[in-house]
Each structure stands twice: as C-alpha cells, then as structure tokens.
Design a protein around this ligand. Sequence first.
Ligand SMILES: C[S@@+](CC[C@H](N)C(=O)[O-])C[C@H]1O[C@@H](n2cnc3c(N)ncnc32)[C@H](O)[C@@H]1O
Length: 313
Amino acid sequence: MSYGFSGKFELIVKDILLKLYSLHFVRETLLQYSFQNLKGHRRMLSDKTRVHKFKKAIMKTVRKYDTVLDVGTGTGILAFFAANMGAKKIYAVDYSKIIHLAQEIATKNNFNNITFIRANLNRIKIPKVDCIISELIGGSVVDEGIIDKMRFARKFLKNDGKMIPKKIEIMFSPAESNEFDFFWQKRYGIDFSPFHRKLSEKTYPIQITNRTEFLSNDKLVYSLNFYSLPKIIFVEKTFKITKNGYLNCFCAYFKIYLTDTIQINSLDNNPEWKSFILPVKEALKVKKGDLVKLKVWTAKNNTEWKWDYELLS
Ligand SMILES: C[S@@+](CC[C@H](N)C(=O)[O-])C[C@H]1O[C@@H](n2cnc3c(N)ncnc32)[C@H](O)[C@@H]1O
C-alpha cells in the first residue's frame, strides 16, 4: 500500500513533533498552554477539599505583614487567601494567560497588594519573601515539574521563611492489581507481550480500592522535603512478600503535608489526586517470604518516574 508523497511527509512531520514532545522545553510550553484552559482551573476550584485545606494552611502559616510568593497562581485563589491574612505584598507568578483573569478577579475584589507577574518562574526577579505558596502537584507528584520549579523558587525564600506545602511523602508497595488491563498474559490467544512492555514504561493513575491487592506490609517511603529538594530522586528498597500472588505492579500513593497537621492523602477519594501504579515488564509469581527489590528514580528533568525490580529469592 502507498500513502503517496504528501501522506509520508505528513507522517514524518508528525513523528518529528512527537519526538520534540520528549524535549523538556516543548512539554513545558504545552503545559503552559494547557493551563490557559478554564476547564482545569474550574476542576481545581471545585475540589473543595483541596481549596479548603490550602486555605486553612495559609491561615495557619501566613502572618500579617508577610511578603508572599505564589508560584503558579492560576486564578489567583491562593494569593487571595494570603491577602485576606493581611500579607503586606504578594507576588503572584504564572506563565499562562490565566493570570490576566486572576488580575481581573483581584480588581473586582479590591486586592491591591498583589503584583501579578506573567512569566516563567525561572525568569522573575523579586526580593526574598517570608512565605512561598504553590500547588504544582501532578498526578504522579512529579509530572508538573514540582521538584525543579520549587528548588528554583526556594532561592526567593528568606532563611527563616515558610513553605506550603512543606513536604510530600510518597509510598510504594508491590501489588497485584486488577485496576489496570494488563497484557502480560495471552489475549484472545495472541501473545501481546511487546504491547505490554511498551505499556509498562509509564505510570498510570488509579483509584486504589480493595481490588488492589498489596503483596507486602512493607512500604518504600520517600519524603520530598521542600526545604531541601534533591537534584533527583533515587531510592531502593527490598520488600518481604506477605502473600502468594502475581506481582504485576508497584502501587504508589502520597500524602501532601501543607503543614504538619493539614494533609491531603491521595488514598482519600480526591478529584485532583489519585494513586498511581508503576507496571512491571514481566509479572512475577511470588510467594510468602520472597524478597523483591525495587529501585525508583526520577528522569526527564524530574518529571517522570523510572523503575526497575528484581526477585531476590
Ligand atoms: C495546578 S495549577 C494551580 C493554580 C492555582 N495556584 C490553584 O491552586 O488553583 C498550576 C499553575 O502553575 C503555573 N505554572 C506551572 N509551571 C510554571 C512556571 N514554571 N512558571 C510560571 N507558572 C507556572 C501553571 O500555568 C498553572 O496555572
């Protein structure tokens, strides 16, 4: 079959565009444009748990006369909460056009101590602040680039400054999940393993229910501390299997600590954050007492998870 010159040319151009997508700059540009869309902001503003918990955390943390940096202000909601607490000056930064709407909302509500800056965070110049607020938490925690962005933002924090959130604990555990359509077994009598191998390169969001069977009582807990962010995450752990089964993924879930006492847990039925799984290339038949080693690290400017695993016994 022939597609003709123009058809082939179109496919080549599309392949190039897809390759470009793997470049950090291109992905960031797409993220910037996606945040222009009101749909995502509507969803985030409608997530009452998310908004109320951030509001409570801001009420607990921001003091009268504080200076505040709101990284990725979006519709301005977190900056407005800080203004209500009597902050002296708020720098609200966003690279997306949504910031113009935030500005309009500020005018409508007489918030006149907020400076809106439409720019990439890594281009701004502001004085050091008492408090940094941000919500750049992706579905797999890292996919919106929170690590590198917050490491950069941290430069603007005074030595005794405060951050919201202050840390995120990420838990990984070996599991046998029915939530995800695994192709590691024959499907329709056909070996689909090449398809599965490709599928197992990415993480997938899921809502952990009791259909997800954890195969170990152990957890790998990584604590992402916003006061001292790593260059990359690299962790490993050996798990003791507590029941027989097929290990077809590692389940990950996380707890966002907005303050020591105000938390959001991705295991609770949140509209914004679910859990996610790291599928394995080959499902492992495991039995009680087996030892399984997991290595997890971040790649692509800390926006993706990579992992490897091994049955030790
Ligand atoms: C998840 S939204 C949160 C919006 C708002 N703070 C809220 O809680 O509803 C993240 C926002 O950060 C902005 N953002 C992400 N990376 C940024 C960067 N490097 N520089 C400036 N803004 C950024 C996006 O455009 C988006 O509006």
